[in-house]
Design a protein around this ligand. Sequence first.
Ligand SMILES: [Fe+2]
Length: 291
Amino acid sequence: MAIKIEPTGKALGGLITGIDLSENVSSEDQEVIFSWWIKHMVLVFRNQTLQFEDLLRLRHIFGPAGKTANQLLGLGRKTYYQNEVPDDITIISNITDADGHPKGSLGSGEAFWHTDSSFTEEPISASLLHAVEVSDQGGQTSFLNMYMAYETLPEELRKVVDGAYSNHSKTHSSDGTPRQSYGEITDVSKAPGIRHPLVRLHPVTRKKCLFLGRRLNSFIFDYTVKESEELLDKIWSHSCDPKFIWEHEWAVGDLLVWDNRCTMHHRKPFPAHEKRLMHKSMTAGETVIPG
Ligand SMILES: [Fe+2]
């Protein structure tokens, strides 16, 4: 059965069929998958039975091995991970053990729009997320096409973002939980983070896209905090238009692979009494090229 892709018909995303990723993937298929990933930004593979080692193997279709957010922050391995979890795997789950200790991160709440690990000098490029257990309700993940968000910016906002830099705060995880040791942020212009261009050039397509990271504690340099807040509100309001978005409804066995350089993603909350378990691997990134 030949590998095929069916675009979602929305702003981004494609469903791939005709391949079992637990088997060795031929170099020809790897090239095809990579080119579809660059074009469609998010790929969906259904009904995949994958072990940790498969997720670590498959990421090499998309790039060199990358580090988890905790590793990138210098926080090492999550202390609550069980021994069988490899260092380069992230567990995303609301499941707890018999003593109430979490087995993974992010709980059951909303994960706000963000780009993975943008709070580092070289944000990861590909994220691979495999659904082991999914909730009956909620938990959908949406993706946003940041090429379109940039290309459709009104002129007055285009003038703001072109050549501008913003701070990508590292103080909170994507569900708004404060990370240890950063304390309360009372002035966003001083939030610990990394300076990145607001417009980046995709290293493969050489096309420009908006690079927002996440809204919380973001700050555009060379403006006052008030001006920066007002401009960011306008830029985010423009970007989060449904016409740039596609939402994925998860099923057990789904593997999604997205390109963090030209997308953002968002997770809807789900009922806390339901169980959701996802395994994630990632590729390394590169220094962000200003657009
Ligand atoms: Fe994420």
